[in-house]
Design a protein around this ligand. Structure first.
Ligand code: AMO
Length: 435
């Protein structure tokens, strides 16, 4: 038997294949007198191995039927059509090999329909991912990421990589992870913000990055990770932040559309009805949102809290919108790199809200170095720490804007998952560093 001759269960054609080699995980073994039915699972699904004691000989039959569940085996056998089997055929073993025996008991079940705690699942993620409905989440995530890449590339964006070990953070001191860098202080990147902006002065014009971002989030919520995948893009020569929002909308729409079309079988299996959010995504000013929420007795200060976002989500859903932008936040609330709306307390900023949760933030950037430094000071930052960044603004920096979008949150909301950890294979949070 040779594994190179192996066929995946979904590649076998009972009209053409007389004999095949299959390999996978032993899901269940059901014995019935002198016959045993082994359900073997591989990437293509399940294939039934039907072992006959009389054909195999007692010793081989006993050896095969005693294999622990979830062991990995390979079987070469005869393909026999059968109307009793879902796939329409079964395999009668000629020879078989135990490739890796599973220990018993298993750390968690793979097929049992019992509800398993998320923590147990994450502790045993390699087993958890053997379940189709869990694998499907990551297959859909890959489909959506691929669509995002296609859409951005079609629009002239160049994929870049920026450093993750930094001298200064851009998103506030509270969530910085500090590390020892050859005796000096350094930080893990909270975002590629400063670098994607520096690149706007180079002539690349449109760049994007899909990479990990690190935040020392102390709060233990269902939407915060210490390490998440940030989709960032930045575009030069914008007329206003509307140009950025147009691109965000197109990108999110293409991702959802790809999930619906290319991930249809998986969405069906998960029982999820995913619809493309109605376009154009409404753009509501923060002032407007504040007024609407206060009419509902929800007090709003300078930002939307989780409850405010949720109520707004419900109001918008009633109107048939589940993706919308909130624009022009108070400049006080927004980072130094965001452009102020001259002579007003507002800023050229936006958040993309999706089913009542923030998915992305962005805006037009302050590209005039003098004003940029003023804003830094106003935020209690020392421009000297950002000299490497400000320098790029002094020798020809076009007006520009961009966005940062949390990929895990996008998947969480698209698939209606309760916890963002479900969308990360090996999530990191305050309490989890392994696996
Ligand atoms: P912001 O800090 O709002 O903006 O982050 C952008 C998006 O990243 C996601 N996100 C997170 N996802 C999971 N866990 C976290 N701890 C977490 N923190 C953030 C959210 C959020 O909307 N530099 C700006 C973006 C820009 O202006 O281009 C930034 O980082 O979905």
């Amino acid at each position: 038997m040779n594994l190179r001759e192996r066929k995946r269960s979904d590649e076998i054609n009972p009209d053409k294949d007389a004999e095949v080699t299959v390999a996978g995980w032993v899901q269940t073994i059901r014995k019935k007198g002198k016959i045993a039915f082994i359900l073997l699972r591989d990437k293509g699904g399940i294939v039934q191995i039907t072992a006959l004691k009389n054909e195999m000989g007692e010793e081989e039959y006993n050896r095969l039927t005693k294999v622990q569940r979830e062991s990995v085996i390979a079987v070469r056998g005869k393909v026999q059509k059968s109307e009793y089997v879902k796939r329409g055929f079964e395999i009668l073993p000629i020879e078989w090999r135990l490739l890796n025996e599973a220990e018993a008991p298993l750390p968690m079940g793979v097929v049992d329909k019992v509800n398993i705690e998320l923590d147990t699942r994450l502790d045993n993620r390699f087993m958890d991912l053997r379940r189709e409905e869990i694998k499907a989440i990551f297959e859909i995530k890959a489909i959506m990421l691929s669509a995002i890449r296609r859409t951005l590339e079609k629009s002239g964006f160049v994929e870049v990589q920026t450093p993750k070990i930094l001298k200064a953070g851009a998103e506030g001191g509270a969530t910085l992870f500090k590390l020892d860098y050859f005796g000096k202080n350094a930080y893990l990147a909270q975002s590629p913000q400063l670098f994607k902006q520096i690149l706007m002065s180079t002539g690349l014009e449109r760049v994007y990055e899909i990479a990990p971002a690190f935040r020392a989030e102390l709060s233990d919520t269902t939407r915060h990770l210490s390490e998440f995948t940030s989709l960032d893009f930045e575009m030069a020569f914008i007329e206003s932040q509307d140009d950025v929002m147009d691109m965000v909308e197109e990108m999110v729409d293409s991702a959802v559309n790809a999930a619906i079309n290319e991930g249809k079988d998986r969405l069906d299996m998960l029982g999820i009805e995913l619809n493309r959010p109605k376009r154009p995504y409404p753009r509501l000013t923060f002032e407007e949102v504040k007024r609407t929420l206060e009419e509902k007795d929800k007090k709003v200060d300078n930002d939307l809290d989780t409850e405010g976002e949720k109520i707004l989500g419900e109001i918008m859903a009633e109107k048939g919108y589940y993706a919308y932008f909130v624009v022009e936040y108070p400049e006080e609330e927004k980072p130094f790199y965001i452009m102020e709306k001259d002579g007003t307390p507002w800023s050229y900023s936006f958040d993309l809200e999706f089913k009542g949760q923030e998915l992305a933030s962005g805006g037009q950037r302050e590209h005039r170095p003098e004003i940029l430094m003023e804003r830094m000071k106003k935020k209690g930052l020392d421009p000297k720490d950002f000299e490497f960044y400000i320098k790029a603004f002094r020798y020809g920096m076009p007006p520009h804007g961009g966005v940062g979008l949390g990929i895990e949150r996008l998947i969480q909301k698209a698939l209606n998952l309760e916890n963002v950890r479900e969308t990360t294979i090996f999530p990191r949070d305050r309490f989890r560093l392994v696996p």
